[in-house]
Design a binder for this molecule. Structure first.
Ligand SMILES: C[S@@+](CC[C@H](N)C(=O)[O-])C[C@H]1O[C@@H](n2cnc3c(N)ncnc32)[C@H](O)[C@@H]1O
Length: 375
């Protein structure tokens, strides 16, 4: 796995910091590649047959599987190790970013204004589902600011996400973007969107592919509630030579006119929202789409795979991602229908990741779900 991006905003790591981060990444690859297999064996050979006997052969619920696993010593050991490596991930990156924060803030300011735009809005409040936890154990989550014009959470996300994804999302961490683009091109072969909006962009990893995927004359917009991620994301896009209009906004109440976009997308946003918010977001997508426009949302949701479903339930309980369990059981077709998309214009299907993982790495997402509607 390539450890570092080569864009000018990417935070550096000195020898010792890099060594520690490599160690954590290797530990994660090792624990996900080998120790998941032990859990899978326990589920297939012992827990699932036991649970099915109790429920007249019905597929066990994610809650029942999680509770059954709690009685397994191997699982408890695995669980403690995974939670600990997640905390170590942030512990290994945070101090390194803090040490170089003044330089990063300065670099972001210097790059600002060269391409695209950045519009922040200090009246935006953080939704309670994001404010309530340090999302996936990220200290301060996406929005905590330590200094004026802070970029810390964005810089930290760029480095930790690289380690967290263990090389499985490609050198620019943009597998989500390219996967959804491939899905869209297959589903709508003649579709040539000109105005594109990405919701919950964080630092724009999945946004940037849209600058190139549908021809040159496109306008790409990206929103997130987290100002420090947007500051970093804008500077990163400029450093990578891309024009994106970043705007601080809540996807539940978008600051854009009705009928103003050809394409509205998101990547890994859905599972970090809530039962109420996801429905509001789809309604907003319908409102801002032009007639004939398409909305498409990608996420690592695999409801038909009992082990992956349990793993999401585990993360909801142990990795501070509260909606990740519930979202596995959502009726996405119903959500599209409620938002105003007609029956013949709704799609809920799987999408295969585009990036081919290096043999020494591991893939964090084996399969995505794509949820789409056309207005
Ligand atoms: C897992 S990250 C998304 C990663 C990013 N899309 C990518 O592909 O690299 C989830 C992001 O959604 C943002 N978010 C969650 N709820 C939101 C909302 N209601 N409006 C805007 N952004 C939101 C969070 O701040 C966070 O940056």
């Amino acid at each position: 796995m390539r450890n570092n991006s080569n864009h000018a905003m990417f935070p550096e790591a000195n020898h010792d910091e890099q060594a520690l981060q490599n160690y954590i990444k290797t530990l994660r690859v090792h624990s996900s590649r080998h120790f998941h297999d032990g859990n899978k064996k326990i589920l297939a050979e012992r827990l699932e047959p036991q649970l099915r006997r109790k429920t007249k052969n019905r597929v066990p619920s994610r809650k029942a599987v999680r509770e059954a696993f709690m009685g397994e010593e191997y699982h408890r050991w695995w669980s403690a190790m995974l939670r600990t490596t997640q905390e170590m991930l942030y512990d290994s990156v945070g101090p390194s970013i803090e040490r170089q924060l003044p330089t990063l803030v300065h670099k972001a300011k210097a790059l600002k204004g060269e391409r695209g735009s950045l519009t922040l809005d200090d009246k935006i409040t953080t939704p309670s589902y994001l404010a309530a936890v340090d999302m996936h154990c990220k200290p301060g989550s996406y929005m905590q600011e330590l200094t004026d014009d802070d970029v810390f959470p964005g810089a930290e996300f760029d480095r930790t996400f690289r380690l967290y994804s263990m090389g499985g999302l490609g050198p620019n961490l943009d597998d989500g973007g390219w996967t959804l683009i491939a899905w869209l091109k297959k589903a709508f072969p003649n579709f040539k969107p000109k105005r594109i909006l990405d919701l919950g962009c964080t630092v724009g990893h999945s946004t940037l592919p849209y600058c190139d995927a549908f021809g040159k004359n496109v306008e790409v917009f990206a929103v997130d509630v987290a100002a420090p991620c947007l500051r970093y994301g804008h500077a990163r896009a400029v450093a990578m030579g891309k024009d994106v209009h970043f705007r601080q906004a809540n996807a539940e109440a978008l600051p854009f006119a009705d009928n103003s976009f050809d394409l509205v997308v998101s990547h890994a946003l859905m599972h970090e929202t809530s039962t109420k918010a996801i429905r509001r977001i789809y309604k907003e997508c319908h409102r801002v789409l032009k007639p004939g426009g398409v909305t498409a949302h990608l996420d690592g949701i695999t409801p038909h795979d009992l082990y992956e479903k349990f793993y999401s339930e585990w993360m909801a309980h142990n990795n501070n991602e509260p909606y990740l369990g519930t979202v596995q059981d959502e009726d996405f077709d119903g959500i599209l229908a409620q938002a105003g998309f007609a029956k013949a214009k709704r799609w809920v299907s799987s999408a295969a990741p585009q990036f081919k993982t290096h043999e020494n790495d591991d893939k964090p997402v084996k399969e995505y779900i794509a949820v789409a509607g056309q207005k």
